[in-house]
Design a protein around this ligand. Structure first.
Ligand code: 4AD
Ligand code: MG
Length: 477
């Protein structure tokens, strides 16, 4: 461990009068006297007071925005407003100078779009520091929740030979010569000569492997990166995102909904309890951002109110069929305001419909029992012959945050569904085989981690809640 105390612990310290050492990056240096120093351990800066008459002038010149410095001095009660304690510098070392004229993070407001272009430096801003700390707290809370509830974290593979969602949105993994790949007799690329002896891709979901785990350990979850080569340039889609996928033996869809609702409430409550300063900062940021929007686009709840509301209220559960009725009768549908009008049962729901439902009920919504043909092959068929035991959870401002289902555990039915959905039985032989050896009712869901971070931080664009976003046309850093 190094000798520096974190600024977070210094600001909480009541030990005034003692000598302390700390280090961080200079945010501002005013009047040749007051340094605002931040080390990322908290949203707050510590004020370092230097006596410029005692300090070397050449040294003071190097204390510019962005410079990395170490300070040693006395922790004293602060004279100024805004902080309880400050450091009276006795000695000061510049660990790393910052070229003042070139440093892109000047002490002023920068747009989020600009900050995306300097993702190597944006963690040093208040907003990204707060987002990254909340992101950490949420991932910690997730592991804590599952551990406390008897789940085992299962590390599912990142390179796979299957398309778990059957949507064909995969990134190919290959070491074959791109200019001149080997071909088979039909003229197709011969992947039998590739690294794994077969065609492989980055995983789109760990679910199928998690199911294997659940059928042995009863309760498992995955928490890892997933990859989708979908060309969606939206504020809610990434090509590389993190997903949490619990899978539980003996849980039916009801149990699955109960688990998802309880889980979401607990992890959001954890963030409210443990990230109060960061969330307060983000709440203010959001309020400022909303000031530039027309009144009807501003939210009537503050960020904290919104989070508390989700923690304290029941989610509204309704079937897809009921949702279609609500949508059909809705004003935007009657007045033809929806881009995709809802005319009949079977329509796939677009984000405009999801948003409407969440607003209509004023709470998060869990939709279940979707038409079989708009959902994945592995979902359990209902007796009506047209719907499956699927569920999606829709959140205010986010839309779909969770997608899950009870799984088809019956061998013959699953085999038939795979055929109907054109899912290669040979590729997923191992998945199908579990239905022959001790199959049972089981269910699970996937939570898009970045969408959860978006909700808790109030950030409008998913690119701003992951350190280095991967989106179509963009993989810098
Ligand atoms: O609804 P999805 O595609 O479901 C699955 O992958 C299932 N295998 C999950 C399961 O049952 N175990 O994705 C689950 C969630 C979505 O609800 C969404 O929150 C998030 O993952 N998600 C994305 N997040 C960011 N960028 C994308 N491109 C995303 N695609 C899905
Ligand atoms: Mg989905």
């Amino acid at each position: 461990m190094n000798e520096y105390m974190s600024i977070r612990s210094l600001l909480r310290s009541e030990d005034t009068g003692i000598n302390v050492q700390t280090a961080g990056w200079v945010r501002t240096f005013r009047s040749n006297r007051f340094i605002a120093l931040n080390d990322g351990s908290t949203i707050h800066n510590i004020q370092v007071v230097v006596d410029f008459e005692k300090m070397d002038e050449a040294l003071l010149k190097k204390i510019t925005t962005g410079a990395c410095i170490a300070v040693s001095g006395k922790l004293v009660p602060s004279q100024g407003a805004g902080q309880d304690v400050e450091i009276q510098a006795e000695s000061l070392i510049v660990l790393g100078e910052s070229q003042a004229e070139k440093y892109p993070l000047q002490p002023k407001k920068h747009s989020l779009e600009f900050l995306r272009e300097i993702a190597h430096l944006r963690p040093r801003t208040n907003t990204f520091g707060a987002v990254l700390r909340v992101r950490h707290a949420l991932s910690y809370a997730i592991h804590q929740y599952f551990n406390a509830h008897g789940f085992y974290w299962m590390h599912t593979p990142i390179i796979t030979g299957s398309d778990a969602e059957g949507a064909g949105e995969m990134f190919n993994v290959s070491v074959l010569d791109k200019q001149n790949p080997p071909k088979d007799e039909k003229g197709n690329i011969d992947y039998s000569q590739d690294f794994f002896g077969k065609e492989t891709n980055l995983t789109v979901s760990g679910q199928l492997e998690a199911e294997l785990g659940a059928l042995a350990l009863s309760k498992v979850y995955t928490f890892g990166p997933t990859f989708r080569a979908e060309n969606s340039n939206t504020a809610r889609h990434l090509a590389e995102f993190w997903m949490i996928e619990p899978e539980v033996a003996f849980n039916d869809l009801e149990d699955n909904m109960d688990l998802a609702e309880d889980f979401l409430k607990k992890v959001i409550a954890y963030a409210l309890d443990h990230c109060a300063d960061d969330i307060a900062f983000l709440e203010k940021r959001l309020k400022d951002e909303e000031k530039s929007k027309p009144q009807n686009q501003r939210s009537d709840q503050s960020l904290v109110e919104k989070l508390k509301f989700v923690v304290e209220n029941d989610f509204k559960r309704l079937s897809y069929t009921e949702a279609i009725e609500v949508l059909k009768r809705s004003k935007p549908n009657k007045k033809k305001k929806f881009q995709y009008l809802i005319n009949e049962w079977g329509a796939d729901l677009q984000s405009e419909h999801e948003k409407y439902l969440v607003q209509h009920f004023g709470t998060p919504v869990i939709l279940f029992d979707y038409p079989a043909n708009i959902k994945a092959f592995y979902m359990r068929a209902n007796d009506d012959g047209k719907t499956v035991r699927a569920m999606d959870i829709l959140f205010p401002g986010i839309g779909e945050i969770v997608g899950g289902s009870q799984r088809e555990e019956r061998y013959e039915v699953l085999k038939q569904k795979m055929a109907d959905f054109n899912v290669d039985e040979e590729e997923l032989w191992w998945y199908l085989e579990t239905r022959l050896f001790g199959t049972c009712v089981h269910s699970g869901f996937g939570l898009g981690f970045e969408r959860l971070v978006q909700f808790v931080t109030g950030m409008g664009n998913i690119r701003d809640v992951i350190p280095f976003p991967r989106t179509p046309g963009s993989a810098e850093f």
